[in-house]
Design a protein around this ligand. Sequence first.
Ligand code: NAD
Ligand code: ZN
Ligand code: ZN
Length: 344
Amino acid sequence: MKAVQYRAIGAAPEVVTVPDPEPGPGEVLLRVTAAGVCHSDIAVMSMPEVGFPLPLTLGHEGAGTVAALGAGVTGFEIGDSVAVYGPWGCGTCPACAAGRENYCVRAGELGIHPPGLGAPGAIAEYLIVDDARHLVPLDGLDPVRSVPLTDAGLTPYHAIKKSLCKLIPGSTAVVIGTGGLGHVGIQLLRALSPARVIALDVSQDKLALARAVGAHETVVSDDKAAARVRELTGGRGATAVFDFVGAPPTTATAGACVAMEGDVTIVGLGGGTLPVGFGVLPYEVNVMSPYWGSRGELLEVLDLARAGAVEVHVETFSLDEAPLAYERLHAGKIDGRAVILPNG
Ligand code: NAD
Ligand code: ZN
Ligand code: ZN
């Protein structure tokens, strides 16, 4: 089959032919319908070393139809349309038992990796899913428009849920970076809370998308952005800041615009940090850096999509065009999320 692989440190992703995978006991083979392209892959491909062997088939947002069931798998039929819960864990530790496999305490020790981030990923004609519990039926949702919900939806959803009790009427949420995750994050905030949403980005196109998906205000992300947020909030600052860039200038903006008792959530992998200490930030600010979300939260996100509360903006590419999709994402030229159609 054809697959898109990261083959050597620093190399560009390549379309290659690899052996057709076959599901072992307990595994499920999916014919991939759609696979999302996340900026985290670009972060991984710029690291001097990675914690798994190369070559690696990319893609940690996957949706497909069940093509074959390994020995012992029940509960799914050939042809079922499913999305894949990506942060695979051991399945039995306390976090996994609660469906929070993103925080599995044993994944490292057992060498368990998410697809596309250590295990073979979804940007390929076929994908092996290591356990049927990682499959979520799409139940009528369009796989192309919903595949980004498995990460670009789930990750902001998990982050926003942590701050929901603070996002009361009169509160303000700031979204920094309105790309794949951010443009879904804005819609989730609008669906889940009465907060006023202020979106920050460096690109006017992205700010236009932010307004189109529900941001009340947009602000250019520069060294004056925090002052502008304070102005827009009558001096109070933002109740919650979701930083989907996480680079030094944006974590600085987040710290400078958050309100007393507010939350700063650093989701982006941009290498920025935010020092915490008495008098460094406004009183009682919480700073968090979450990873992905739980299986239960993925079901909730898909239910929100079914209710029409979130709509991902997608740009589609064939499998052969996947390297181009990565180039365009790297250049900031994707509006919403790039989705690869490996069998399209
Ligand atoms: P993306 O490229 O689609 O979006 C990033 C957006 O940030 C773009 O709109 C870009 O214009 C904007 N941007 C760049 N520099 C900026 C700045 N200084 N100020 C404001 N906006 C700026 O990326 P994505 O796929 O949405 O991913 C966003 C980040 O989240 C990445 O760092 C990714 O690695 C990370 N991520 C983290 C998790 C997690 O679990 N923590 C999960 C998925 C993605
Ligand atoms: Zn991702
Ligand atoms: Zn576990």
